[in-house]
Design a protein around this ligand. Sequence first.
Ligand code: ATP
Ligand code: MG
Ligand code: MG
Ligand code: MG
Length: 476
Amino acid sequence: MESAEIRRRWLSFFEERGHTVVPSASLIADDPTLLLVPAGMVPFKPYFLGETKPPAPTLTSVQKCVRTPDIEEVGKTTRHGTFFQMCGNFSFGDYFKEGAIKYAWELLTSSVADGGYGLEPEKLWITVYLDDDEAEAIWRDKIGVPAERIQRLGKKDNFWSMGVPGPCGPCSEINYDRGPEFGVEGGPAVNDERYVEIWNLVFMQYERGAGDGKEDFPILGDLPSKNIDTGLGLERLAMILQGVRNMYETDTLRVVMDKATELTGVAYGAADHSDVSLRVVADHIRTSTMLIGDGVTPGNEGRGYVLRRIMRRAIRNMRLMGATGPVVRDLIDVVIETMGQQYPELITDRKRIETVAIAEEAAFLKAIKGGTNILDTAVTETKAAGGTVLSGDKAFLLHDTWGFPIDLTLEMAAEQGLSVDETGFRRLMQEQRDRAKADAKAKKTGHADVSAYREIADGSGATEFTGYATNQGEAT
Ligand code: ATP
Ligand code: MG
Ligand code: MG
Ligand code: MG
């Protein structure tokens, strides 16, 4: 089943059951605590918080999402992209646990002829939160899932809150068993690559108080109106329904990998490291296209930096596979062709998207040239002095003046037989961030602190975004 059909079926299933269809919001979050939208519920946050009345008691959407913290997983796990689409259904004081569970089961397991996705019930494993006996009983007694395929998970995976006082509640996740070729048995609690998580159901039923924001906070009581927030990864379901081993091989991403192969001559399947590069290219080029489409332009701060980092990583991986000249235009055009079916504004905006991307690529190719000279000189000096380690100062200079990501410096130094003082580099980066923070504080701009994103985007230090997206099992 093609991605477009998965999406169509999702929306019509919930529309037929009384939900109002809401189009995807922009990736640029209308929310000062977030740079980019990491989950389908974000545009509906004011409804969940009771600040605004929803247009209808039940809604459904397929939301564009970007999760920068997942960048290191891309191409390595089979199931994480920096961009993906989250299919969601939402209830504001309408149906609750039993309703959400029944809908999910019906849609996943009804036959394709009946409008469902036709998954075999025996392949589905369920997780519920530690003390959520109610959810477990619904799965076991009303749906008929055998008790041995229901597992309990703790706060990190199966309890959701926004990281601040307000609504929170347990989650229940639906996972698909891809079989022994993906590793040992034992359910999602044991092996999350074999038992891949496809759908998260969040039951917002409690109100939480302050606490340390993460796992330790008091539950103040029940919410007056209980809400449902769910999220299913479209690409993950596509991977299962299309019978491929990872999300990059699904219909909308495979074509980007094929274009990268055409441009580099490196075939998919030729070697593990080039396969990772092909997957990174497919993911990152798609993310870049979608970000530029929503109006992000490359820069050194905030969203612009996220885009720059992702685009440069894609270009660097193309170069690792042997590309020397410009490549992004050809790659982006493939994304516009495939994603343009769902997001026609990509097609009408093609010229602008290409122009932004081509300019960034030219800037990066120029930087690589300029930076390479600095690097070569530094390598010669280091070797002449009998050293084997390139100093943190030099790595920092390359980053600061030529926008060299540290992994690029590491690789280029390694090619010439040197390692790099990464600790020194990270210390200088931290000092720079501290200075920037102090400046921002002095200016009292009132803008959200984006340094956490920057660290993630740099791959330097913090791996956990301290904002909304990774709180308590992550926003759905
Ligand atoms: P995982 O544990 O696999 O990282 P998650 O628990 O972080 O997933 P949720 O926050 O529950 O994910 O998001 C809801 C759904 O969105 C997931 O069940 C999954 O299908 C999908 N999803 C989440 N992150 C990604 C990603 N990086 N790429 C593709 N799909 C994703
Ligand atoms: Mg999870
Ligand atoms: Mg989850
Ligand atoms: Mg995750």
